[in-house]
Write a protein that binds this ligand. Structure first.
Ligand code: SAH
Ligand code: SF4
Length: 364
């Protein structure tokens, strides 16, 4: 069967298939439908990437599948561990040789994986390393699942499992809408990874119409809006998506999302020294967000060689206090994995030995 995101003539990617699709696949193979569910349990539930290990399937079918279908795990090209906070960053090589990175983070109540949705990104945010070479291609749902499963394979032997997903790796998830949605539904499969929608966060640079579409899907995932500026004049320079969907339009979509899903919103705000971290800008931000259910997450800039500096702790704290006094709920993100560049396309970039560009001045 031809799956979305899969070129014609290619072997089907079982890793990207949900229960109904695997059941149909099994029937197409002359097997009873429940064999499809068994596949789902092995592939998604137990993160098994070897047909030989699927011992409750008929041996002859297993051997036949093995000879025809690729299921090998993505090669882990590099694995880096932050010794202080236990963050693990995996650089994975996909079947066509492209590299994607996935980060595993430990929380008080379990583990979270940060998933990439594209190889590179076309949005062009001023501070982001993922966008430097543009978008190379979209990832399929199966490739997003493989990232989560690569993390799962390291956890399951220790009796742990993934309980959260954040789509905050490389790429703009809403520019790859169909495959991203397929992946979220797949990760939710009760006999698969069984991750609750409420423990999934989709982060976007602000495609207003896609946010409204997402609001109608009936998946109560947390929406994180990458704001980074309190007005269009500055936001246009930092997040070029603002030219397509200015703040008034974006806030309208965010409001609709919150109303339709009942979910509180997250507003991400990367703190860039002397660019967006003045107390006056905090007041402007508070005005912009008045009446919206949610909180602001202040993120120290990960300095990615793009000529911008992170706000120092004192300026972040001052900004936080202005927001708080204006009645805005605000948190400061822990900088997980800072020592291993666990953010934003940096490991892939180093591996690909992209030439260092000299830092350009802020446009505009
Ligand atoms: N494309 C989506 C999701 C991936 S980026 C988006 O932009 O929302 C996930 C988050 O990391 C976004 O909030 C993004 O603005 C932020 N980010 C990008 N580069 C960063 C950097 N150098 N330091 C800190 N955060 C960064
Ligand atoms: Fe793309 Fe997000 Fe990076 Fe902007 S911050 S360039 S949208 S990955």
């Amino acid at each position: 069967m031809a799956e979305e995101g899969q070129a014609a003539g290619e072997a089907p990617d079982l890793r990207g298939m949900n229960r109904a699709e695997l059941e149909a696949f099994a029937r197409g193979e002359g097997q009873p439908a429940y064999r499809g569910r068994q596949l789902l349990r092995w592939i998604q539930g137990r993160a098994v990437a070897d047909f030989d290990a699927m011992t409750d399937l008929p041996a002859a079918w297993r051997a036949s599948l093995k000879s025809r279908l690729p299921l090998a795990p993505a090669e882990v090209v590099r694995r880096q561990v932050d010794p202080e906070d236990g963050t693990v960053k995996l650089l994975l090589r996909l079947r066509d040789g492209e590299l994607v990175e996935t980060v595993r983070m430990r929380y008080r109540y379990g583990y979270s994986a940060c998933i990439s949705t594209q190889v590179g990104c076309n949005v062009g945010c001023r501070f982001c390393a993922s966008t430097l070479g543009g978008k190379r291609r979209d990832l399929t749902a199966g490739e997003m699942a493989e990232q989560a499963l690569a993390v799962q394979r390291e956890l399951l032997p220790h009796g742990e499992r993934l309980s959260r997903l954040v789509l905050m790796g490389m790429g703009e998830p809403l520019e790859n809408y169909a495959e991203t949605l397929r992946f979220l539904r797949l990760a939710h499969e009760p006999e698969g990874m069984a991750i609750s929608y409420r423990r999934m966060t989709l982060s976007t640079s602000g495609l207003a119409p896609a946010i409204e579409r997402l609001a109608e899907e009936g998946l109560p995932v947390t929406l994180a809006v990458s704001l980074h500026a309190p007005n269009d004049e500055l936001r246009r320079r930092l997040v070029p998506m603002d030219n397509r969907y200015p703040l008034a339009r974006l806030m309208e979509a965010a409001r609709t999302y919150a109303a339709r899903t009942g979910r509180r919103l997250t507003f991400e705000y990367v703190m860039i020294d002397r660019v967006n971290d003045e107390p006056e800008q905090a007041r402007e931000l508070a005005t912009l967000l008045r009446g919206l259910p949610g909180h602001v997450n202040l993120i120290p800039l990960n300095e990615s060689g793009r000529g911008l500096r992170s706000s120092p702790p004192g300026r972040i704290e001052a900004f936080r206090q202005v927001l708080e006094r204006s009645g805005v709920e605000v948190t400061v993100r822990r900088s997980l994995g800072r020592r291993i560049d666990a953010a934003c396309g940096q490991l892939r970039r180093r591996e690909a030995e992209a030439p260092e560009r000299s830092p350009a001045p802020l446009p505009g």
